[in-house]
Write a protein that binds this ligand. Structure first.
Ligand code: AQP
Length: 331
């Protein structure tokens, strides 16, 4: 079976609608067709400052949310990145193959460092895409289901795989991005020119799935719409309305064209109400299940321990091969 890998960062108490539609939800059906590796990128979280107590809790909350979204540990390997030391081992070797100029061209780093301020930016944030390449290449993943914001990092991963293979002989599978155009970029509700983001969206711009359902309804009802009254899909001139249509189409499985015709003659308020209802329908059971899983921490830990063990079996094989190929003494 082809292999699939994807991770999420535990950088907030809750996943947002973008994480869910762009990533988590795609993971679930892939379990039926692929050998799936899904996990929590806790090492990636350290690229920006973290409070240790908060981070420890968020890691478990993130793991619980993967399961609440439908990842099934009986069919997928579910693990914490930090529990598989091979991620950092391979990351070092790949960083020695990454051109400084190429790393400097990563737009996510440029955006994030501009927001954080260059004095507070860590070297870890700069090398983040190399660690991400290691995450993927370790497992010889064929496909990587992610949102649009990760496309450039995936391109780097592919380049590194090709570079390594041509220098040292066939070693890595060159992975393909699995990015759904329809949901790859869910925008901020208050600033629909930018993506919904855990670290940078204002609270009013982001729908957190574990938030109080009433608070989410309120946020959706106060989402920025656009001038005019008509509900049409036009990302350039009507980014707010288009974002709401995208969300509603994804959650209900209805096409955008169909929604536009269903809402003909209706106002923005009706559209927002439909979006709020559709979000609640997904978020309420997701929240209940997450809280339930967090009430059974020993079991959750057990799932992650077993997942790490299985992940290490695969990862150790790759690192042993890489050590041999680059001329290091095998471990
Ligand atoms: N707005 C989005 N629309 C669609 N997909 C998205 N993803 C993130 N934002 C959107 C996808 O969610 C997965 C997990 O993301 P991550 O935890 O690795 O964090 P991120 O990509 O850096 O984005 P976040 O969650 O908003 O965090 P910040 O703001 O801290 O960067 C990924 O597959 C991502 O593509």
């Amino acid at each position: 079976r082809p292999r699939v890998l994807s991770l999420v960062q535990p950088t907030a108490d809750s996943m947002h609608l973008g994480n869910y539609l762009g990533a988590l939800r795609q993971w679930v059906p892939l379990q039926d067709t692929h050998d799936a590796f899904y996990g929590v990128a806790d090492l990636h979280a350290l690229t920006v400052e973290q409070d240790p107590v908060v981070l420890r809790e968020r890691v478990l909350r993130a793991a619980a949310q993967l399961l609440a979204a439908g990842v099934d540990p009986a069919r997928s390997t579910v693990f914490l990145q930090s529990q598989v030391p091979e991620h950092t081992q391979l990351s070092w070797i790949l960083s020695c193959l990454t051109g400084y100029g190429q790393a400097q061209r990563m737009t996510q780093f440029k955006d994030k460092s501009a927001k954080i301020g260059s004095d507070s930016v860590s070297v870890g944030l700069f090398t983040y895409p190399v660690l991400m390449a290691a995450d993927i290449l370790l497992y010889q993943a064929d496909q990587v289901p992610v949102g649009e914001d990760q496309r450039q990092h995936l391109e780097l991963t592919r380049d590194l795989a090709v570079r390594f293979n041509s220098r040292f002989g066939p070693t890595f599978v060159v992975p393909e991005p699995h990015i759904l155009k329809s949901v790859g970029k869910i925008q901020d509700l208050q600033d629909p020119s930018g993506k919904m983001s855990k670290s940078f969206s204002a609270p009013s711009g982001i729908v957190e799935l574990l938030d109080d359902p009433k608070a989410n309804v309120k946020k959706i009802k106060s989402a920025v719409t656009d001038s005019g009254r008509e509900i049409t899909f036009d990302e350039v001139n009507k980014p707010g309305v288009s974002n709401l249509l995208t969300i509603l189409a994804a959650l209900t499985g209805t096409s955008i064209d169909q929604l536009v015709s269903d809402f003909a003659g209706h106002g923005y308020g009706d559209l927002k109400k439909a979006v709020a209802d559709a979000v609640s329908e997904v978020a309420v059971p997701y929240r209940d299940r997450t809280l339930e899983l967090l009430g059974e921490r020993t079991e959750l830990q057990g799932i992650l321990d077993r997942g790490a063990e299985r992940a290490r079996e695969v990862a150790a094989g790759t690192v042993a091969d890489v050590y041999r190929k680059v001329g290091l003494r095998p471990l």
